[in-house]
Design a binder for this molecule. Structure first.
Ligand SMILES: O=C(O)Cc1cc(O)ccc1O
Ligand SMILES: [Fe+2]
Length: 441
């Protein structure tokens, strides 16, 4: 590579690193910004959350709405109905057990029969066990960011499936979807009976009403909407786009830290669960969309499903700000495997083998000596789907844009592209010889 080109690349690289990514990544959501419109400003202003991962919470929007000392009294306070939602089989070992009791104005069952949603969703896929209805390819794939639609499109209509494995019928596997939307869900809630949704907005905030309360989720944060919970997503910033992983096999948990010790990566304290909140509204023709076996069904009811006045338990939606992640890495030589950046994992029955890992490559110092810093060339037994929230990824200099994606299926060889290889191959040389003076102009 000639020197001018190197100089140009170095300047560009340093500049990329300094600007947008740093500003974005150094913000945090501790003090939530709720500016910008949508009309329901006050509805999502100053939201409160409960802290901790997998805690057993108690929360009431009206004082005294939780029954004392039992789950299901004959008469609940305020005449509420007690309803359990279980996230695991009742009989799993206690440490895995997840359930909550919701105290609501009307029970969820008060709705008209389910019927297939019209029109049927054309872009969703869930069963990957039959390769005749999907494409199988070992080719390394990359997607450009999806355009925000021009016609009115809410979160549900904006969903489209990228890839997956297994099937919700087997209760095993996952799907990766994306969404590109420009409108809020109106008088409509979605419940996913196939698995948990983990949503990673890349553009535009999400204002999410759930049966457990309200969450604001901004780009940089992720939200988990567990199996079965009803939710409705409004888009206060208009256009929104993002990534979703749907898991059929269980729930996300924090990874073990092994020799890292007791601290680091994602801290339990940084996971935020909504406090109880309800709307006591009669809304004729409210639609519940129920995703089951990959198909959408709908039923009508005449009230908001967000009528839970109090709840208690350890099964609830939560969010996490990826900017709180405390990355670990090599400090002398060689490149750590990407699992060092695991935020959350859904384990399979085989020890150490995940169904899905959520991994983040945040801005961080790469300090190793005589080491090639970006991902090494490799072939992995796990398949890797990547998205980009902002900035650039050190493994892909060109053509990998925020909102885009890449898929490297199991055992498909991959690694950095040639310009990236050449850039990093000369980086140490440059660092060791500052007299070459590659500072940005
Ligand atoms: O392919 C990728 O960019 C992901 C990845 C990152 C890394 O640092 C090591 C291995 C790996 O698969
Ligand atoms: Fe990889």
């Amino acid at each position: 590579m000639n020197l001018d080109r190197r100089e140009e690349q170095m300047a560009q690289h340093l500049q990329n690193d300094m600007s947008e990514t740093e500003v974005f990544w150094k913000g945090n959501s501790e003090k939530e910004s709720t500016n910008h419109s949508g009309g329901h400003e006050s509805e999502f202003a100053d939201l409160e959350y409960l802290r901790g991962f997998g805690n057993h919470f108690t929360t009431e929007a009206l004082k005294g709405a939780l029954p004392e000392g039992q789950n299901s009294p004959l008469n609940c306070p305020y005449g509420l109905y007690a309803e359990q939602i279980s996230g695991t089989a009742f009989t799993v070992p206690r440490k895995y057990n997840q359930k909550s009791w919701l105290y609501r104005i009307k029970p969820s069952v008060t709705h008209e029969p389910f019927c297939p949603r019209q029109p049927a969703h054309e872009n969703l896929m869930s069963d990957f066990t039959d390769s005749s209805n999907s494409t199988v390819t070992p080719t390394q794939l990359r997607w450009k960011p999806e355009d925000i639609p021009e016609v009115k499109t809410d979160f549900i209509d904006g969903l489209f499936t990228i890839c997956g494995a297994g099937s919700p019928f087997l209760r095993h596997g996952y799907a990766v979807h994306m969404y590109a939307a420009n409108a809020s869900m109106e008088n409509c809630a979605l419940a996913n009976a196939d698995g948990d949704f983990l949503i990673v907005p890349q553009q535009g905030r999400l204002w999410i009403k759930t049966e457990s309360g309200k969450l604001q989720v901004s780009p940089g944060e992720v939200v988990v909407l567990p199996h079965g919970f009803r939710f409705s997503i409004a888009l206060p910033d208009g256009p929104s786009r993002g990534y979703i992983v749907e898991v059929y096999s269980g729930h996300f948990q924090l990874p073990d830290l092994g020799p890292i010790g007791a601290n680091g990566l994602a801290e339990p304290r940084d996971f935020l669960t909504p406090v109880a909140w309800f709307e006591d509204e009669n809304i004729s023709g409210y639609t519940i969309i129920h995703k089951f076996g990959g198909q959408l069904f709908q039923s009508k009811q005449d009230f908001s499903p967000f009528n839970v006045v109090a709840w208690q338990g350890n099964y609830a939606p939560y969010k996490y700000d990826l900017r709180k992640f405390c990355p670990f890495n090599t400090v002398l030589f060689d490149h750590a495997d990407p699992c060092i950046n695991t935020v959350l994992t859904v384990p399979s029955e085989k020890p150490g083998v995940a169904v899905v890992d959520l991994v983040v490559f945040p801005p961080r110092w790469l300090v190793a000596e005589h080491t090639f810093r970006p991902p090494y060339f490799h072939r992995n037994c796990m398949s890797e789907f990547m998205g980009l929230i902002c900035g650039t990824y050190e493994g892909k200099a060109d053509g990998f844009l925020p909102g885009g994606g890449s898929l490297h299926n199991c055992m498909s060889p991959h690694g950095v592209d040639t310009p990236t290889y050449e850039f990093y191959a000369m980086l140490e040389d440059v660092l060791l010889h500052p007299s070459l003076n590659y500072a940005p102009k």
